[in-house]
Design a protein around this ligand. Structure first.
Ligand code: PXP
Length: 239
């Protein structure tokens, strides 16, 4: 069975909407783990729009499964990651204007900087995952720079409006997952996955881990985090 890493950023979004101390993403992470989540993900953004450094530091102390920190590949974030030492760092592109991460990292354009940053993290015992579009050239570069894992950006597939477009986008994900597995890179997938789109991944055994946030946090407002994670785990078990 593939693993489920639960992203609790949007619990912090609700907190930051009022600049109060609740709901706490740390409490949500504990509930997600209690329901069986295999990892907890947070994205510490440069603009601190949701997750704060305080959250990451406390999560490092309380997460029992695996703490995955998403960051932009820059000096400020590298310093924080090397200090807090999550189990995994996922390098993502970031821009202030975007509502959420809009695409994978362009490894071809930023190969040297990313390689240097990835090496520093790996030398500190942190596994490095790189968030990229399902593009064979990007995967080849991820292999060249010795990334431990890639996370395939599933946003275009999840947001596709027609069946044809959905099928085309999913074919890219299948091809990307298979080539990455051949190159012996770990394969994760995430962005935009919900309780419906997850079912399309049936039979795609190359994916080790799904990273899912918004749909789980959204459901948790109605069912509680424990039940929302259990529901997603049931669907992943059937893939
Ligand atoms: N993976 C990455 C790299 C992301 O940036 C995000 C969004 O923060 C996710 C997965 C989770 O996406 P969603 O919230 O749409 O499930």
């Amino acid at each position: 069975m593939a693993e489920l890493a639960v992203n609790v950023d949007h619990v912090a979004t609700l907190r930051e909407a009022r600049k109060v101390s609740y709901p706490d993403p740390v409490a949500a992470a504990i509930a997600a783990e209690t329901a069986g989540a295999h990892g907890i993900v947070v994205h510490l953004r440069g603009d601190r729009r949701h997750i704060q450094e305080r959250d990451v530091r406390i999560l490092r102390k309380v997460v029992q499964s695996k703490l995955i920190l998403e960051i932009a590949s820059n000096n400020e974030m590298l310093g924080i990651a090397l200090d807090i030492k999550p189990d995994v760092v996922t390098l993502v592109p970031e821009s202030h204007e975007e509502l959420t991460t809009e695409g994978g990292l362009n490894l071809i354009a930023h190969q040297n900087t990313i390689k240097g940053n990835a090496e520093e993290l790996q030398n500190a015992g942190i596994k490095v995952c790189i968030f990229i579009d399902p593009d064979l050239d990007q995967i080849k570069v991820a292999h060249t720079i010795d990334a431990d894992m890639i996370e395939i950006h599933t946003g275009a597939f999840c947001e596709a409006e027609t069946d044809l477009e959905k099928q085309e986008e999913f074919t890219k994900i299948i091809n990307a997952a298979k080539i990455a597995r051949k190159l012996k890179i770990g394969v994760n997938a995430g962005h935009g996955i919900c309780y419906n789109t997850i079912q399309k991944f049936k039979g795609l055994d190359e994916i080790n881990e799904f990273s899912i946030g918004h749909s789980i946090v959204a459901r948790s407002t109605l069912t509680g985090m424990y039940q929302a994670v259990k529901d997603m785990l049931e669907l992943i078990k059937e893939l």
